[in-house]
Ligand binder design. Structure first.
Ligand SMILES: N[C@@H](CCC(=O)N[C@@H](CS)C(=O)NCC(=O)O)C(=O)O
Length: 218
């Protein structure tokens, strides 16, 4: 059976989890935390920087959240692929996956990573830059979503697997402006999707880990 190494609260782990639930793929979740030192040691061994998620399927090890979602399309599951079969739609899905990773998830990680550090090691300038990047990106994605229900290809894809954790945590770290209604509506649409709702629920017991203090809302 497929094994997925990660942590239930980790944004990039949500991407393959959502795809696994969308496509009804059975798997064994290998929690990476202080309580599971063997899993942590395995991750340190398998990944160049000891990062997760990591998928192990028999002899095959797949790194990187987007590659794992793509691997599941090829190897496992019953529902439609997360990367559309149509080549141009696939480009759009991969493009939006990359944009959510780079312009929403990455600045969100800078803000939360900074908050997790000792005060003496914080980087106020870097955090201000990350917040400005998010403000600009929110406007761009708001325009993009004004014409769409899902982020790419007219249906739920890899792009939405990336968008769900990125927007979930980014809105906690640096709230999406009230007038970005299309983006806010899209975030709500993602949270109502059963695969995403399940991942959010499974992460609920770990909300105390959010370095800025989790808000009292999803
Ligand atoms: N590009 C990677 C990013 C993975 C990533 O940032 N993982 C975080 C969890 S969300 C992690 O491993 N953090 C622990 C660490 O860096 O030691 C992917 O898409 O899988």
């Amino acid at each position: 059976m497929i094994q997925l190494y990660g942590h239930r609260f980790a944004a990039f782990v949500w991407k393959p989890l959502i795809a696994l639930y969308e496509r009804s793929v059975p798997f064994d979740f290998r929690m990476v935390d202080a309580g599971h030192p063997d899993n942590s040691a395995a991750v340190m061994d398998m990944a160049p920087a000891g990062q997760f998620p990591i998928l192990v399927d028999g002899d095959r090890t797949v790194l990187e959240s987007s590659s794992i979602v793509e691997y599941l399309d090829a190897a496992q599951g019953s529902a439609g692929p997360m990367i559309p079969a149509d080549a141009l739609k696939a480009v759009e899905a991969r493009q939006m996956d990359g944009l959510f990773d780079d312009y929403i998830a990455a600045p969100m990680q800078i803000i939360t990573g900074d908050a997790a550090r000792d005060a003496a090691q914080r980087d106020a300038h870097g955090v201000a830059q990350a917040r400005a990047k998010l403000d600009k990106a929110y406007r761009w994605f708001d325009q993009w979503m004004a014409e769409r229900d899902w982020a790419a290809a007219g249906r739920f894809t890899l792009a939405d697997c990336a968008a769900a954790p990125a927007l979930f945590y980014a809105d906690w770290a640096h709230p999406i402006a009230d007038d970005c209604t299309a983006l806010r509506d899209y975030r709500a649409r993602l949270l109502a999707r059963p695969s995403v709702a399940r991942v959010v629920d499974e992460a609920r017991p770990f909300r105390h880990l959010f370095p800025l203090g989790a808000p009292d809302r999803d």
